[in-house]
Structure formats: structure tokens, C-alpha cells
Design a protein around this ligand. Structure first.
Ligand code: ADQ
Length: 463
């Protein structure tokens, strides 16, 4: 019999370990990676004496398992050829664009499939080695969609959950994938498959009925004599941690100096994203330029700051989108800037948590306009910093977060004029409306934080 949900050991299986190697005083040392997922899962794994199976992020044979800050970590190694074919190839050049509405052409290469299956097998074997009777396996994301069924074969009695962090596409798109049946059967090895939104869960159910032998409607499917539950678990942030950081006097001081640096009386519109073609940064810049065309003194009164974290720099489409963003920024500043005023500021780097929060605090308007996004945590992080109830969130309808953050100014990011209008309305919004909307948004992120998300998923896995 399985132990109760709050007792079972949890083995997290994710593409990346929750740590990365950095240069320290005594050579290379492990450092916990930032982010909501790690801060939500690490305490659960630690308290329950569990383990985390993942790739350390560098090429070569894996180091032996080790304990870091009370977490038992089991590294899985990838060679350079597998980084190219499994990670940059099948995961990030086939699945990523296909699952994001094919906003870039997904590449289908037969020679990427085999490494995807081999690496998934390696992760499943590594997890099976640490799983003990009564443990629970929680597998994460599109890199590891075959792991649930592989684990089911290796450890038939283990309870297996899978959570998909990115969208699951409509069946018309998913149908293009030559390996669609294997992927679906891989996922159906789980007892519970969680998605960010109801639409994604529905897309999966339709695809599973069409291309596998799974049957059933709603949230329960029958597959190979087992019950598989399909459900929705919108991920969130560590709201208390971000709010606490925003409330520190030093954060307020830093936010003030960011505003002062822009020039007196200027309003700040902020974008913060991993640099990815799904995030709609080019569309956003075009909308900002349209706003400048409309405002008489726009270039003197508004600054748009785009902060982009370098990401997947070796995948050609990412290099291409980076170049296009830089050209677009140069074009707008060349056209609208003066010796005194730079309308667009652009940072291509990751910011320390304290600085990121200070930027959220400094922003009058936050624009989060992905063309498609599983959830989008940036939108929730912005809201968590706005204790004064001010600030306006402009949010794409195509972010999973739009299902919950309904009091944001919702936009279709493909509609450049519409997005420019939303920015304009956000800048001119009466304070009562700003506070009413932000109050409603804050209630959402206070109610549903990442800890509730993890508890809901694990609760469902045991029910
Ligand atoms: P991402 O595509 O990475 O996540 P998102 O949810 O917005 O997108 O998370 C990005 C994270 O990176 C945020 O926590 C943010 O604070 C951080 N970040 C962004 N810019 C930064 C900067 N310049 N410096 C430092 N940190 C920065 C994937 C899916 C999403 C889903 C999440 C979680 O694509 O849809 O919401 O997983 O499931």
C-alpha cells in the first residue's frame, strides 16, 4: 500500500538539476538555481528525504550522486552529440516550436528521435535506481515525455505524476509530429498528467483518443487497463518571497534610482523575458513604436525598458531573434531618440533577484505579450511586487496566466495597433481603476502560490 501524500518520498525527474556549477573560491562549486520551481519543490523533496534526478547542464560523464543543502541529487550525463540532438534538436527545435502553436517552423529530423528515446531511457533508469517501494515519481516537462511509460515498466508499482510546463498544442498541430503515438503512450504511462490550462488538458485528451488506444472523456482515461487522470494545475510563484523582497527599503531605493536614471517625470514601460521567439518581443517593440507615433511628446515622456535573459544561444532561431530585436531597438532609437532621450533601453542579461524585483517596482506599466506561453511567471511576479496597488499589467491572451489574471489589460499580441492602444490606456488609466484591477490581480497571486500548486498536484496524485 502507498503511504499518505504527506509521507511518501518524492523523486523529482526533470531535465535540469536544481543546481548549477559556478566558479567559487575553491574552484568550481554547486549553487542552487534561482526560480519558483526549485524553491517550491526543493523543500518538499528535502523534508521527505527524496531525490532529484537531472542533467547538471554541462557536457560529459555525470559526477556521482551528491547531497547539496540537504537535497540528494542524481546527475544524468549528456555527451555533446546528445546536447545537439536531444536538447537543442528534438526538445528545442522540434517540440518547443510545435507546442507553441508553430510560431516558428518545427524541424522534424529522424536522426533526432533516437537520441530523444535514449536520453529518456537514461533518465528513467537513473530514477528507477533511486526509487524505493512506496515512493512517488514526479516527472517534468517536454524533454522527458517518454519517461512515465519507461518508468512504469521498470517500477510497475510506483505512483507516477507528469507535469507539462509548456502548452500542449491543438490536435491539428500535434498530428504533424511523426512520433505522436510514442509521445502520447509515453505520457500515458503516468497516473496523473497535469497541464497549465484546461485548453491544454483538452488538447491532450483529444490527441490521446485519436492517436493512441486511450479511451474516456473528461479527466479520466483508460489506457492499457489502468486509469490515467488528466487535470489542470496552473503553476504560480513564491508570492511571499517576492512580496517580502519588494517590501525591503533597499528595494524601494533601488527602484527609485532606476526611475531617476530615466529622467524626471518619465513613465516606465517594462518587458522582462527569457529571450525567446515565443515571447513576442518584436511585436511588442513595434507596438511601442506605434505608441510613440501617436503620442505628441512620447519620446520625451515614456521609456520602454526590455530586459532579456540569454537563452538557448546555440539554436539558430534564437540567434536570429536576438539580431532582429537589436536591429529593431536601434531603428526605434535612431528614429525617435534625441541626444537627451533614449526611448528604448535594452539589457541582454540575467539580473540578480534583488535587481529584478526593483525593476518590477519601478515600472508603471508591465507588458507581457507572448505569442504563446504555458503560464508566464513574470506577469505574476510583477503583481506580487505591487503592494501599493498601483501599476498596470498588459497581458497577452495567449499566456496561460490570462485565464487567472483576468483583470489585466488583455491584448492580442499580433494586433500591433491594439497592443499600442492597450499601452496608451495603461499609461492614462485613472488611479481608481488601476487600484481596482491591481487589487483583483493581487488576490489571485496571493491565493494561488507555487506551494499550493505543488500541494494540489501531489494531493491529486494520491487521490
Ligand atoms: P519560461 O519560458 O522561462 O518558463 P516564465 O514563466 O516567464 O517563462 O519564467 C521566466 C523566469 O525567468 C521568471 O521567474 C523570471 O523572473 C525569470 N527571468 C526573466 N527575465 C529575467 C532576467 N532578466 N533576469 C533574471 N531572471 C529573469 C517555462 C514556460 C512558462 C511557465 C514556466 C513555469 O515557458 O510558460 O510559466 O516554465 O512552468
Amino acid at each position: 500500500m502507498n503511504p499518505s501524500p504527506d509521507r511518501a518520498r518524492i523523486v523529482v525527474v526533470a531535465n535540469r538539476l536544481p543546481v548549477a556549477q559556478v566558479a567559487g573560491k575553491a574552484g568550481k562549486e554547486w549553487k542552487t538555481s534561482p526560480g519558483g520551481l526549485v524553491s517550491a519543490l526543493a523543500p518538499i523533496v528535502r523534508e521527505r528525504d527524496g531525490s532529484w534526478v537531472g542533467w547538471p547542464g554541462t557536457e560529459g560523464p555525470p559526477p556521482p550522486s551528491f547531497v547539496h543543502e540537504g537535497l540528494f541529487l542524481c546527475p544524468v550525463g549528456l555527451c555533446q552529440e546528445e546536447i545537439d540532438s536531444f536538447y537543442q534538436g528534438f526538445s528545442n527545435s522540434t517540440l518547443w516550436p510545435l507546442y507553441h502553436d508553430a510560431v516558428r517552423w518545427p524541424e522534424f529530423h529522424r536522426h533526432w528521435w533516437k537520441p530523444y528515446t535514449l536520453v529518456n531511457e537514461r533518465f528513467a533508469r537513473a530514477a528507477a535506481e533511486v526509487l524505493q517501494p512506496g515512493d512517488v515519481a514526479w516527472v517534468h516537462d517536454y524533454h522527458l515525455q517518454l519517461v512515465p511509460s519507461l518508468l512504469r515498466t521498470l517500477c510497475p508499482d510506483t505512483r507516477i505524476g507528469f507535469f507539462m510546463h509548456i502548452p500542449f498544442p491543438p490536435v491539428e498541430l500535434f498530428a504533424q509530429l511523426p512520433w505522436r503515438r510514442s509521445i502520447l503512450e509515453g505520457l500515458l504511462g503516468a497516473d496523473l498528467i497535469g497541464f497549465q490550462t484546461k485548453n491544454c488538458a483538452r488538447n491532450f485528451e483529444i490527441a490521446a483518443r485519436r492517436f493512441s488506444s486511450a479511451r474516456g472523456t473528461g479527466s479520466l482515461m483508460d489506457f492499457e487497463g489502468r486509469r490515467v487522470r488528466i487535470d489542470t494545475f496552473p503553476i504560480s510563484i513564491d508570492t511571499a518571497q517576492i512580496s517580502a523582497q519588494a517590501a525591503k527599503p533597499e528595494t524601494a531605493r533601488l527602484a527609485e534610482s532606476i526611475k531617476q536614471g530615466l529622467g524626471p517625470e518619465r513613465r516606465l514601460i517594462l518587458g522582462v523575458d527569457r529571450l525567446d521567439y515565443t515571447k513576442g518581443i518584436i511585436h511588442r517593440l513595434r507596438a511601442f513604436e506605434t505608441l510613440l507615433e501617436r503620442l505628441e511628446d512620447g519620446a520625451q515622456t515614456v521609456t520602454f525598458l526590455q530586459i532579456a535573459v540569454p537563452s538557448r544561444e546555440l539554436v539558430p532561431q534564437y540567434l536570429d531573434i536576438r539580431t532582429r530585436i537589436e536591429q529593431q531597438v536601434g531603428h526605434i532609437n535612431g528614429t525617435w531618440g534625441t541626444a537627451e532621450h533614449v526611448p528604448v533601453r535594452y539589457l541582454y542579461r540575467s539580473l540578480p533577484f534583488e535587481e529584478l524585483v526593483a525593476h518590477y517596482l519601478a515600472a508603471d506599466v508591465m507588458v507581457v505579450t507572448p505569442l504563446r506561453d504555458g503560464m508566464n511567471l513574470v506577469s505574476k511576479e510583477y503583481v506580487a511586487t505591487r503592494a501599493n496597488g498601483d501599476g498596470v499589467l498588459v497581458l497577452s491572451e495567449f499566456a496561460g496566466a490570462a485565464n487567472e489574471l483576468t483583470e489585466a489589460v488583455l491584448v492580442n499580441p499580433h494586433d500591433i495597433d491594439g497592443t499600442a492602444t492597450a499601452m496608451q490606456e495603461a499609461l492614462a488609466m485613472p488611479p481608481e481603476e488601476v487600484h481596482r484591477r491591481m487589487g483583483a490581480l493581487r488576490r489571485v497571486v496571493e491565493r494561488n502560490d507555487v506551494h499550493l500548486w505543488a500541494d494540489s498536484f501531489l494531493g491529486a496524485l494520491f487521490s
